[in-house]
Write a protein that binds this ligand. Structure first.
Ligand SMILES: Nc1ncnc2c1ncn2[C@@H]1O[C@H](COP(=O)(O)OP(=O)(O)OP(=O)(O)O)[C@@H](O)[C@H]1O
Ligand SMILES: [Mg+2]
Length: 482
């Protein structure tokens, strides 16, 4: 066989032709009037906000797709070993362990290409396996320079008295929206009856939110009578708000509950009495909530809560690590977000829930799942970050959320039961189970849709390493901060 000439190194010109779609429209304006559903299928892929001049000189061009061989012959003989598992479209994730080629991906791009039907993402793995470093780079830092993209983070992990995303958010010129129960002046309030929730998400979803919050506090489900009382009180409160000329709050709702009555005589006196009793029970629950979580829900939504920045962080790290406060704030903020997004179409939003299991477990699971369904039509990708998969009951809505995600990053899991749960939930090759226990930090299995999983080494730039490190307190830089 005649040896074939080695392919020439890609010329500079070739890099220039690989320039991504350039958009020189400086106005990233939002079409607030559009009522058309704006789902991921309308995304323009990973479109960079770049200057035409710089792009013309190859500044933003992805590296030419490489083939680590010196002859064409070898390419033919070793196709399995050299073929890149993904194309270059989307956001760079890292390097394929097998072919040593670039791995890139982005739910919006994959959706557009028909690879997935759900833009939601799940990241699982042991403590310290590299989950947050991945989400901070792939889902936040590398997405922000793209056109019409924004990121919302629910930042639950405490790092020296602030959320772990704080420095990243501040570097981006934004200020985290801070929640606490200690009376801090910086703390924010979120109104469960905010107009963005009631008008944007609708009265039915507002009721779902109130139900989830009341059930979380009561530690039990509301019965039909209590739900009817809540429904009537909500309607009365909205009418009252119109006449009072301001957005009603949870305090106003609690005040309306004892006044719940039937306007027509459709109920017997006994049934009316039962409804009244049920309304009183719900009032006790809500009053207890307002007292116990004073400063979280008892007023109009703070001005700081808006979506004007590309990167918005809800810092819930100072709320009690266990208990209902953090999940309730996240449920309300998510509902507020969906309400706002309904009226501001045209952008694609990554919503990231760190320590997701704490947030989607319990009474919030069903609400979160319904929000996830709503999210798709609003151009939202929900990214949930969890560990200990085996601890999540299979019958729970949280498990359904995990199973329905079509983009998964599975990091190291030392417990055999978590490895088995991952193989089952994500339909991984069963041989993957053995490797899950020995993955080094940052290494993970990446699976999109029905494609086979790829073992990826997540690669960060030095700057990204500095921004994403979470072990400050254990290192030189963090000495004295712990
Ligand atoms: N790709 C990587 N390569 C090398 N080191 C990494 C990589 N990703 C993360 N690390 C290191 O591991 C540490 C822990 O990572 P990270 O905080 O992302 O883990 P985690 O899975 O989010 O942990 P937790 O469950 O506690 O939130 C980081 O501070 C970083 O130093
Ligand atoms: Mg983490």
């Amino acid at each position: 066989m005649t040896p074939t000439k080695a392919p020439e190194a890609p010329a500079r010109r070739a890099r220039q032709t690989a320039t991504p779609v350039v958009n020189d429209d400086p106005t990233d304006d939002v079409d607030a009037t559009s009522t058309v559903e704006f789902g991921p299928w309308l995304a323009q892929g990973a479109e960079l906000r770049v200057s035409k001049w710089r792009a013309g000189r190859g500044f933003y061009a992805p590296a030419h797709r490489g083939a680590p061989t010196s002859t064409r012959q070898a390419e033919v003989l070793n196709t399995a070993a050299i073929a890149a598992p993904t194309d270059e479209e989307g956001v760079v994730i890292g390097e394929d362990r097998l072919s040593r080629t670039l791995v890139a991906g982005d739910p919006f791009t994959a959706y557009q290409k028909g690879l997935i039907s759900s833009p939601n993402v799940v990241v699982v793995g042991d403590v310290g396996a590299g989950k947050s470093s991945l989400t901070k780079t792939v889902c936040v830092l590398r997405v922000l320079p793209l056109r019409r993209r924004r990121v919302v983070v629910f930042d639950k992990k405490d790092q020296g008295g602030r959320g772990e995303y704080t420095s990243l958010v501040e570097r981006n010129g934004s200020t985290p929206i801070f929640f606490s129960l200690d009376g801090s002046e910086k703390r924010s309030i979120i109104n469960l009856l905010d107009p963005a929730i009631v008008l944007g998400a609708g009265l039915g979803r507002t009721l779902d939110l109130l139900r989830a919050v009341a059930e979380t506090v009561a530690g039990r489900g509301l019965d039909d009578w209590e739900m009817e009382a809540l429904r009537r009180a909500l309607r009365m409160t909205m009418t009252w708000g119109e006449s009072a000329g301001r957005a009603p709050t949870l305090v106003d709702l609690a005040a309306q509950l004892p006044r719940v009555h039937t306007t027509r005589d459709e109920l017997s006196p006994a049934a009316r009495e039962r409804l009244h009793q049920s309304a009183a029970t719900v009032m006790f629950v809500l009053s207890g909530l307002l007292e116990e979580f004073s400063g979280l829900f008892d007023g109009e939504t703070s001005k700081a809560i808006d979506l004007s920045d590309r990167l918005t962080s809800f810092d819930i790290s100072q709320l009690p690590a266990t208990g209902p406060a953090a999940p309730m704030v996240v449920a309300a903020a998510n509902m507020w977000l969906m309400g706002v997004l309904r009226r501001r179409r045209g952008w694609f939003t990554n919503v990231l829930a760190e320590e997701g299991w704490d947030l989607i477990g319990g009474a919030n699971g069903a609400l979160w799942r319904s929000l996830i369904k709503l999210a798709r039509g609003l151009g939202v990708s929900m990214i949930t970050n969890i560990h200990k998969l085996a601890d999540i009951p299979k019958s729970s809505p949280a498990y359904a959320i995990i199973q329905e995600a079509q983009t998964v990053h599975v990091f190291r899991q030392s417990r055999a039961e978590d490895q088995a749960a991952s193989i089952e939930a994500f339909n991984l090759e069963s041989s993957a189970g053995g490797s899950l226990g020995s993955l080094t930090t940052g290494d993970h299995l990446y699976k999109v849709g029905s494609n086979a999983e790829v073992r990826v080494r997540h690669v960060r730039t030095p700057w990204e390493i500095a921004v994403t490190n979470t072990d400050e307190a254990m290192t030189e830089n963090g000495r004295g901060q712990a």
